[in-house]
Design a protein around this ligand. Structure first.
Ligand code: SF4
Length: 105
């Protein structure tokens, strides 16, 4: 089930927001906060659908998100794609299901 109020359950909610908006390789360290975040899928969909350019969202760096958008230029709604992927792979969550959906094309 999609969490409309996902921000309330974000792992990063209690951490310094600026920590997710570091540059370059530091983003790989910053995104560790996303591991196990219960709303990772919602967060990633928000960033992809909103074409948010900067920062770590949904466990992906801005560069990783750009690459994903380039690989799937025809996706109209990442939310629909990720929500469907999660429903079809109920034992998986977050980017794992998303990756499967992306690869399945
Ligand atoms: S996935 Fe990462 S950036 Fe998104 S809400 Fe969770 S901890 Fe924050």
């Amino acid at each position: 089930m999609w969490d409309e109020a996902w921000g309330e359950r974000a792992h990063c909610r209690s951490s310094d927001p600026d920590a997710l908006f570091v540059q370059g390789a530091a983003q790989h360290e910053a995104k560790k906060v996303c591991h196990g975040c219960p709303v990772r899928t919602e967060c990633l969909a928000e960033a992809l659908d909103g074409r948010i350019e900067f920062g770590v969202w949904g466990g992906l760096t801005e560069r990783e998100r750009r690459a994903l958008l380039r690989r799937r230029p025809t996706v109209v709604s990442w939310r629909v794609l990720l929500e469907t992927a999660r429903a079809e792979h109920v034992t998986m969550t977050g980017p794992v299901a998303a990756d499967l959906a992306v690869r399945a094309g």
